[in-house]
Ligand binder design. Structure first.
Ligand code: NAD
Length: 351
């Protein structure tokens, strides 16, 4: 394998370690130095693919060829590997969730400050086109004043049957998928303070860690966001649903099927009532077509390779990081508030 520019040592060569290996091969000025995994099968897999393997993490950290350590292990060991790597003089890109608590994260940030090494987190779902499209609708105020945003991912296969089912490895869906959805919603809200958090967890297919959650987030600007992950949903609710004073936007699924429906301002006095078993309703009757305007989504396209291009350019002092550590900390604290709210069945004052 040709090695140029910044060289990355991958720790943990499972699903995500392989993903990083593939994407790094497409980034100019970056390449994979080698991998280390505690499982011999993964080391064999790497060798079969012509990738160098290191006998231990220490061996990898001693190699002066390695500039960056990419951590793609289960969540419980992110912190110790990251701190060890930074003290060995390496920059660190860590998979999400960065670690298991805000205290641990603070130790990682301290290590970055002490050593002067760049430390970032792979919050890759900031590049999801559904999110970027919804963020655009919000930023461009296409719905007028927004008062509610609902963001959901629903599956029906429970938690993957690996370490994600166990607490000591940092399993559960708040840490697995929640970290992405919460990061997205906080990014969309920007500097607006999050005042209140109320959440419930589910344990349908797993009693040890949460296999889903629903979080109600009340922001200072009056927006209520509902963020939900479900793993026992045989019918999925839409991925995104946003309500503003003048209209509604929906993204149904991963394929970005959806639309914006807004009021034309035309008088709606001749509403055709709906007949139900117990009477008629005009209030809940569908809109007449001439009083609404249906638009296609203003879709935004993205390139996930920009994550690594940014990492490279930050290390080369050409750019600032797209993923700021205070943002990562805010998400970590929000996940803690979600656990606390669910455990105590109470509303948490957040900021
Ligand atoms: P995985 O189980 O497929 O792979 C983890 C690998 O790490 C395994 O091969 C295991 O043997 C190895 N490992 C465990 N402890 C180790 C240690 N101390 N040193 C070296 N290797 C070790 O898991 P995965 O799905 O690849 O997830 C890995 C990380 O990536 C997790 O933090 C997960 O949350 C994250 N992830 C992120 C995304 C994303 O979209 N950003 C998607 C999936 C997973």
């Amino acid at each position: 394998m040709e090695q140029t520019g910044l060289k990355v040592g991958i720790v943990g060569f499972g699903g995500m370690g392989n993903w990083h290996k593939d994407i790094l091969s497409k980034i100019e000025g970056m390449s994979v130095a080698g991998i280390y995994d505690i499982k011999e099968s993964q080391m064999d897999l790497a060798r079969e693919n012509g990738i160098k393997t290191y006998d231990s993490l220490e061996d990898m950290l001693k190699d002066p060829q390695v500039d960056i350590i990419l951590i793609a292990t289960p969540n419980d060991v992110h912190k110790s590997i990251a701190i060890q790597a930074m003290h060995a003089g390496k920059h660190v890109v860590c998979e999400k969730p960065v670690t298991l608590s805000s205290e641990d994260l603070q130790e990682m940030i301290d290590a970055s400050e002490e050593t002067g090494k760049f430390f970032t987190v792979h919050q890759n779902r900031r590049w999801d086109e559904d999110f970027l499209t919804m963020k655009r609708i919000y930023d461009e105020q296409k719905l007028g004043e927004v008062f509610r945003i609902e963001s959901r991912v629903h599956g029906s296969r429970g938690i993957p049957g690996d370490w994600r089912q166990e607490k000591e490895y940092g399993g559960g869906m708040v840490l697995d998928w929640g970290v992405h959805l919460l990061d997205q919603i906080l990014l969309m809200m920007g500097d607006v303070k999050l005042k209140k958090v109320y959440a419930t967890l589910t344990n349908i297919t797993n009693q040890i860690v949460d296999d889903g959650f629903t979080a109600h987030l009340n922001f200072e600007n009056g927006i209520e966001a509902i963020v939900e992950v479900g793993t026992n949903n045989f019918v999925s609710l839409p991925r995104w649903y946003m309500l503003g004073q003048n209209g509604t936007a929906i993204i149904e699924d991963w394929n970005l099927n959806g639309r914006i429906v807004s009021a034309t301002g035309k008088n709606e006095k001749d509403v055709v009532p709906v007949h139900t078993a117990s009477g008629i309703t005009k209030t809940m009757a569908p809109r007449r077509e001439d009083t609404i305007h249906i638009e296609e989504l203003p879709t935004v396209s993205s390139d996930i390779k920009d994550f690594y291009r940014n990492v490279r350019d930050v290390i080369l002092n050409k750019e600032t990081s797209k993923i700021k550590l205070p943002e990562v900390m805010r998400v970590m604290k929000l996940m803690e508030a979600i656990f606390e709210s669910a455990e105590q069945v109470k509303v948490i004052d957040f900021e």
